[in-house]
Design a protein around this ligand. Sequence first.
Ligand code: PLP
Length: 408
Amino acid sequence: MLHVNESYGKIQASYLFTEIAHRVAAHQAANPSAKIIRLGIGDVTEPLAPAVVEAMHKAVDDEASRENFHGYGPEQGYAFLREAAAKVDFQDRGIDIAADEIFISDGAKCDCGNIQELFAGDVRIAVGDPVYPVYVDTNVMAGRTGVNEGGRYGGLTYLVCDASNGFVPSPDSARGCDIVYLCYPNNPTGAVATKAQLQQWVDWANANKALILFDAAYEAFIRTPGIPHSIYECDGARKCAIEFRSYSKTAGFTGVRCGYTVVPKGLVAYAADGRAVELRPMWTRRQTTKFNGASYITQRGAAAIYTPEGQSQCKATIDFYLENGRLMKEALQALGYTVTGGGDSPYLWVNVKGDSWEFFDKLLKEANVVTTPGAGFGKAGEGYIRISSFNSRENVLEAIERLRKVLG
Ligand SMILES: *Cc1c(COP(=O)(O)O)cnc(C)c1O
């Protein structure tokens, strides 16, 4: 008899975004002329940089010619992209990461889920609360948790991120854990971690033979000098951290699909007999077996991000989103709200001084503005809403006017 993976049954239905879609649709149906502005989305709105588009067009022409045609590429990614990423994202910043420690993929979401294949079924996992749901649900699917009770899975350690710790947990809260997911700048809170805070985590991981899975999807939004763009800016991180990078938010690749994972040489986990096992050859084996590479056209587009034109074009787009966030943050603060995030992140995390779904409904019904209720990202998200800066300036200015009317 065929047995199903019952762990899938433990996953709480993706209540958050389904419920939002349901409430927005009901509101629109009841108010057909309402012009709803969506500030809930975690997807970019601006088109690709011209340098990227040009490189991808050229790559299509390559594929159309016998001389320049590319079939299967290396599963780990083309050298031209791995080398550009190693140089610009790390070496130019004084960070010791080599091209052969970079594994190109079709995005960070898959890598965040796939990486767990390298670890035993009983490793103890810590995640932030609130959290990007992918870290949690992939571990539930893999059978690493108990059932969900009261919004939390048994066997998972939740690191509360709230105003009391500046939305950055300390390693004291992860006692006994083997793997911790950290994401800074954070989705959903928009908070950033200082180098001293990340160094504490690196020291903790090295002292406890634990691993940090560092999600740097939003590093390109960092503008404050001194805030780390990479976990590898911390001493000893090469021995205890894997880093996920994505071109989705940094270069508008949410539809194109490309990112990469850094697995440094010498990074190890341990066999039952205590023997150290290197992770990089394991990840190489995993990728070469189960993945056939991101497309040549996509990787040519990604490589163009690293040209001087690509760099300045992508920076201009991110500056545009950051300005959206600055305008909204300023308006909300003037209305008396405490706001985390913005500045170094596309997300604003607004303390609504009450129930997050009630506040969501108020903004939807009275302002025709869609946000994301913090409670949907975890227990500790109750009392907050997330506002995204990914939108047109016109919509942002209109949304600000409406918020002033409703909340002023
Ligand atoms: C958007 C996002 C990603 C990127 O995922 P892709 O699969 O590369 O599009 C990764 N982590 C977080 C926290 C995100 O919000």
